[in-house]
Design a protein around this ligand. Structure first.
Ligand code: MN
Length: 613
């Protein structure tokens, strides 16, 4: 037997209707009137049932409270009740949950008072009201609560809490806002119910569109599940007002991958409510100078995020890395991120080290499915961007072709992506855009140049300006490259390796202009390209070196730069060796005093590698 104290009697809230009544439950009702066949009992103003005279237990007057058990709800809506007599019981109020207005519907409720339920995604104190950003299953809107100018309203309500707000829907500067009359923090089962409901709906809403790839590609096809996973994580961040920081390698391919995603995310932010400038403060794109996520990068990202969290009540960000992030060199930054429980997702085509995956919530990498770096980050980023927001596809279809030529992809996908846009962009135009991106990024340094880069990639509906800009940048870049080559090429030293490869060495520290365009990596690349054209058919390796670094490129020699770096680190004590990159394009750092030893050991390793085409 149940203890009497545990018997629960429900009281139907004023807004409830028949749908909130359950068979088998006991309700506190009120006698409405009498008929020959029984007693009518109201469960609230809108819902009433009948206690048949055979089920009446006690005598009543009109408007008296009576406890009734719901025997049945008939298909015509009639409710059969039975009177029950319970000496001791608990009353639990039932509120109608579905009367909360969805945030996406607020536009139709301007001037009216509504009730909403959702999670606090940001709490910003202004010099006037406190602004709560609320997220529900349908969208995001702001609610303004005012007690006194500059004073925090409802201090008990914190980031992440589930709240119920009653207030009037207003429109200010084209933006919806709720003026809060009352705000209550949900607790216990109410909070859990709301959280479950919102979570479930957000999960569905975040599910990416089921669309085919831009081009037929077995490797991309195999990467679809992981691309969908990352797209879903990003969509959810957008829908829950979680800031996103997108870090990318500062070259044409890296920029392409990041800008494709930027287009998808900023459009989705604008579509899904919230502040008019949310596409700026909830999304930041930043180039990484090193070909990995450096301590310097995570330090800046943490610095800004923690300040935004403290000052503007923002959530901590989702970190997304593109054309970066899949190698051992990223670990120190990942360990820093771990201290703050930051979520990190990676879209990369560098040869991955398995150790990074324990730090990541998603990792798209062609090497995981038998592909290689020929599937460039810009190709991957564009496919993910389409999954995030298919509506941006017409704007970004040309981006993978630019990324492919920018990163010198030799995968079959390069030609497929070029074919896709051949009518609007020739291969040469794609090369020019890639060069313009590299050149402009040099001048941008650590800045993302969001709007300028959009013009370079022809994303601003101003093709004339795009063309002029590309022409200027390409002209500037080529002049500087020519200048650099005129200075460098005469100083290249040639060696014949025992495996038949030709090795070319250039000291970029003394035989190239410093701190200018092209920087050492690109200078070596240009030198390498020219030497390859001069020695058609021969395996060629080019090393451009400075006092404490070397940049390597190979054609026709099966190198594995990340592995060579690891071996040298073990073999040359006191070399201070680090580095990595792709298998046949990469860089290595060392201490200046060990330069000759490191270079000789490196050359020895290369001369043992097999050659072929
Ligand atoms: Mn790349």
């Amino acid at each position: 037997m149940e203890d009497n104290n545990e018997i629960i009697v429900y009281r139907l809230g004023a807004s409830c209707d028949l749908g909130d009544v359950e068979e088998g439950k006991t309700y506190a009702g009120r006698v409405q009137g009498f008929a020959t066949f029984g007693t009518f009992v109201q469960l609230n103003e809108r819902v009433k049932g009948l206690v048949h005279k055979s089920n009446v237990k006690t005598e009543h007057k009109e408007r008296e409270t009576v406890l009734v058990h719901v025997r049945a709800i008939r298909s015509n809506g009639n409710i059969d009740l039975e009177e029950v007599v319970i000496p001791v019981y608990q009353v639990r109020a039932i509120e109608k949950k579905s009367t909360a207005v969805l945030l996406a519907e607020l536009g139709k409720k301007i001037g009216r008072t509504v009730r909403i339920e959702g999670e606090i995604a940001q709490v910003k104190q202004t010099s006037g009201p406190t602004i709560f950003t609320i997220v529900d299953e349908s969208g995001t809107e702001n609610a303004a609560a005012f007690v006194e100018a500059g004073v925090r309203a409802y201090p008990e309500a914190e980031l992440g809490d589930l709240v119920r707000i009653v207030g009037e829907v207003m429109q200010r500067n084209n933006q919806l806002q709720i003026e809060v009359d009352s705000l209550s923090v949900l607790t216990g089962p109410d909070a859990q119910d709301a959280r479950d409901r919102i979570d479930k709906a957000l999960d569905l809403r975040s599910e990416p569109a089921d669309i085919p790839l831009l081009v037929p590609s077995p490797v991309l096809e195999k990467l679809r599940p992981e691309m969908r996973k990352i797209a879903k994580i990003i969509r959810r961040a957008v829908f829950t007002s979680q800031p996103i920081i997108l870090r990318h390698h500062a070259d044409a391919d890296g920029i392409c991958s990041a800008v494709a995603i930027e287009q998808a995310v900023t459009a989705l932010l604008r579509e899904s409510g919230g502040d008019f400038d949310s596409d700026y403060y909830l999304f930041k794109r930043a180039p990484s100078k090193a070909p990995f996520y450096e301590i310097e990068d995570i330090t800046r990202d943490l610095d800004f995020s923690l300040k935004d969290h403290a000052r503007f009540g923002q959530k901590m960000p989702l970190i997304l890395l593109t054309d970066n992030g899949s190698t051992e060199e990223d670990l120190p930054a990942y360990r820093m991120a771990q201290v703050y429980d930051l979520s990190i997702a990676v879209i990369d085509h560098h040869h991955p080290d398995a150790i990074v995956d324990q730090f990541l919530i998603g990792h798209v990498n062609p090497y995981h499915v038998g592909g290689d770096f020929g599937i460039t980050a810009g190709m991957l980023g564009t496919e993910v961007a389409r999954l995030i927001n298919p509506s941006v596809e017409p704007n970004i279809r040309h981006i993978p072709a630019i990324a492919g030529v920018g990163d010198r992809s030799e995968a079959p996908e390069r030609a497929l992506f070029l074919d896709l846009v051949r009518e609007s962009y020739s291969e040469d135009e794609c090369k020019n855009i890639a060069l313009a991106l590299d050149y402009e990024q040099f001048w941008l340094r650590f800045n993302d140049g969001r709007e300028l880069v959009k013009d370079i990639l022809n994303l601003t509906n101003n093709p004339e300006r795009h063309k002029k800009l590309i022409a200027r940048l390409v002209e500037g870049a080529n002049l500087m490259i020519e200048d650099q080559m005129n200075a460098s090429m005469p100083h290249v030293k040639e060696r014949q390796l025992k495996n038949g490869a030709l090795l070319f060495l250039l000291d970029v520290e003394i035989h190239a202009h410093k701190f200018t365009f092209p920087p050492p990596g690109k200078t070596s690349g240009e030198v390498h390209d020219r030497l390859c054209r001069q020695h058609v058919g021969s395996p060629v390796v080019t090393i451009g070196f400075g006092p404490d670094f070397a940049v390597l490129r190979s054609r026709g020699v099966m190198m594995n730069i990340p592995r060579m770096v690891r071996e040298l680190r073990d073999e040359l004590k006191g070399g201070g060796i680090s580095g990595g990159g792709h298998l046949v394009v990469g860089s290595i750092k060392f201490v200046e005093g060990m330069r000759n030893e490191v270079l000789e050991a490196l050359v020895e390793k290369i001369s043992n590698d097999s050659t072929g085409t």
